[in-house]
Design a protein around this ligand. Structure first.
Ligand SMILES: NC(=O)c1ccc[n+]([C@@H]2O[C@H](COP(=O)([O-])OP(=O)(O)OC[C@H]3O[C@@H](n4cnc5c(N)ncnc54)[C@H](O)[C@@H]3O)[C@@H](O)[C@H]2O)c1
Length: 303
């Protein structure tokens, strides 16, 4: 897609981080936007920014893990704008972290609900609308961007439920790419795999539904994972604004894999070598042994 002016974009997770930055790029490009987020006050802020800048937009509070709410979002989009050209399945949560076997059923339900089912619902509900639009108009172009993570390419310890959710999003989007290629040359897709980027992701529990909160305090490994995640996200050197720029460049060039830190793919190469050699999994912290030592010490009750 080269020409963005007047195109309709649906953005989930629009209230913060990458989603808000997608909307900011959308202002400059003249997109008409459907902004969706579960957190109403944050969503209102993005909506106010976008409309104050003169862009055309609507907003809808949506929990992406709920099928009926995504279906309602699609109805609102079609009733307002008639069609959709760009879909950003971006809403996500950091999850509970910690040793895999210490994650509760509620932890898994929350993380997979938002990070995986949110993307499944988005693809299931919006792709047919895009393909119908493509059939109606040979000049129509559509593009779906699913936000996964480098956690969808690697399996660092203490991030089990998040890793699982993001590997599934990579798998889903690679399959979507192949499926779309069978039926249309007008609708494309990409998968966004950011490394650590400063956003609100470390405080994702702000939007955790009451019914999915744990009744017991965090375990030691969960506390360690939370502290590690916060530090890594805070110290990220690439901004969400830059990542949004990479995403729109990828849409223009129809590039599938979008990395925030393309220079940091060594652990991914090592993992694929593990798989294909085959040999046992490499240490994802091989280049930074002090991190692993720090985690092991903390898990034994040290600093
Ligand atoms: N920031 C990073 O370091 C990083 C790295 C890799 C991947 N990601 C992914 O990027 C995406 C965006 O996250 P971010 O970093 O901008 O974090 P963020 O917390 O700043 O933004 C996420 C947005 O998703 C919304 N959200 C949460 N649960 C929702 C739900 N059930 N329904 C609808 N909206 C919901 C939040 O309210 C928030 O506005 C996520 O999928 C995340 O997993 C982030």
């Amino acid at each position: 897609m080269q020409d963005f002016a007047g195109k309709v974009a649906v953005i989930t997770g629009a209230g913060s981080g990458f989603g808000r930055e997608f909307a900011r790029v959308g202002i400059k490009l003249g997109l008409r936007m459907v902004l969706a987020d579960v957190q109403e006050d944050a969503l209102r802020e993005t909506y106010a920014d976008v409309t104050a800048a003169g862009a055309e937009a609507i907003m809808q509070q949506v929990d992406v893990s709920k099928s009926d709410e995504i279906e309602a979002l699609a109805r609102t989009t079609v009733n307002t704008y008639g069609l959709v050209h760009l879909l950003f399945n971006n809403a996500g949560v950091g999850g509970s972290g910690g040793l895999l076997w210490e994650n509760s059923e509620r932890d898994w339900t929350w993380v997979l609900g938002v990070n995986l089912w949110g993307v499944i619902h988005g693809v299931r509900v919006f792709t047919p609308l895009m393909l119908e639009a493509a059939k109606r108009d040979p000049d129509y172009r559509g593009h779906i961007v699913n936000t996964a993570s480098m956690a969808g390419m690697l399996n660092a310890p203490l991030m089990g439920s998040y890793n699982v959710s993001k590997h599934a999003v990579v798998s889903l989007t690679e399959t979507l790419y192949q499926d779309l290629a069978l039926v249309s040359e007008q609708v494309h897709c990409s998968v966004l795999c950011p490394y650590f980027v400063p956003t609100g992701i470390s405080h994702a529990s702000r939007n955790r539904p009451e019914a999915l909160k744990n009744e017991v305090p965090k375990t030691l490994s969960q506390q360690v994972a939370q502290a590690l995640g916060e530090k890594a996200v805070k110290s990220g050197k690439v901004s969400a604004e830059q990542v949004a720029g990479f995403v729109f460049d990828a849409i223009k060039s129809e590039s599938f894999y979008i990395y925030s830190h393309p220079h940091a793919l060594a652990p991914v190469h090592a993992r694929f070598k593990d798989v294909t050699t085959p040999r046992n999994p490499s240490d994802p912290y091989a280049e930074r042994p002090e991190v692993k030592e720090g985690i092991a010490l903390a898990l034994r009750g040290g600093v």
